[in-house]
Write a protein that binds this ligand. Sequence first.
Ligand code: HPA
Length: 272
Amino acid sequence: MTITHKQLIETTEYLREKGFLEPELGLILGSGLGDLADEIENPIVIPYTEIPHFPASTVKGHKGQLVYGTLSGKVVIAMQGRFHFYEGYSIQEVTLPIRVMKLLGAHTVGLTNAAGGVNTTFTPGDLMLITDHINFTGTNPLIGPNEEEMGPRFPDMSETYDKEYQSRIRGEAQKLNVALKEGVYMGFSGPTYETPAEVSMARTLGADAVGMSTVPEAIVARHAGLRVFGVSCITNLAAGMQSNLNHKEVVEVTQRVNQVFKSLLKNVVAAI
Ligand code: HPA
């Protein structure tokens, strides 16, 4: 389904009336990483099902609610669970929350996800700073008439993940003694995990991690002029590099690294 500008405004107005005023930062919390939103102070929590034009999240390990409040001294909106293309939503629906964050006044979005490690030096449980991405989803959220109110027809993607934020995130990881990995995230549509041949291809093409989210959101955010940072939780080695893959393992590993992930993200929110 295509989302019109009028619908975006309706969603934004609804959230403003609920008190979602002037957020600085939007955060999208991936599979198993939603707990960070529980640390938001003075929260206003709204389930996606109550928000006009929001799809409902269907993935296990995702709560499906929007949380507004203060985190590390910043006014934030966090998505506890995101929308994925593989759930059957249109790519415009998947990325609608990013545009709403922009219309509410945010200047930055932080994208997090669970991802499979393709780089042979990675271990499950590693956190990876996303330095760039490869859009391998087979689509692009900006296909269709350009929303001139949001951004240009041909957006520059040469610095999708903000370089200044990257260096601050490295600094925060160092202070916390977190061995932060970094690399290129390659976004597939899912819902299948990759084949070993696809993982070899991903590595040859320059990917360090593979996953089923983030890329459409980063594209829409840059189109809208938002600054973007991204952190992946490497929950497993990608297909062919370990015996078998399943969602249960993905969620278990995110839970194991939850404390470190939360500490890093809270310090990053304070530092940007
Ligand atoms: N592939 C794609 N998406 C993922 C993976 C993976 O190996 N692990 C967690 N999300």
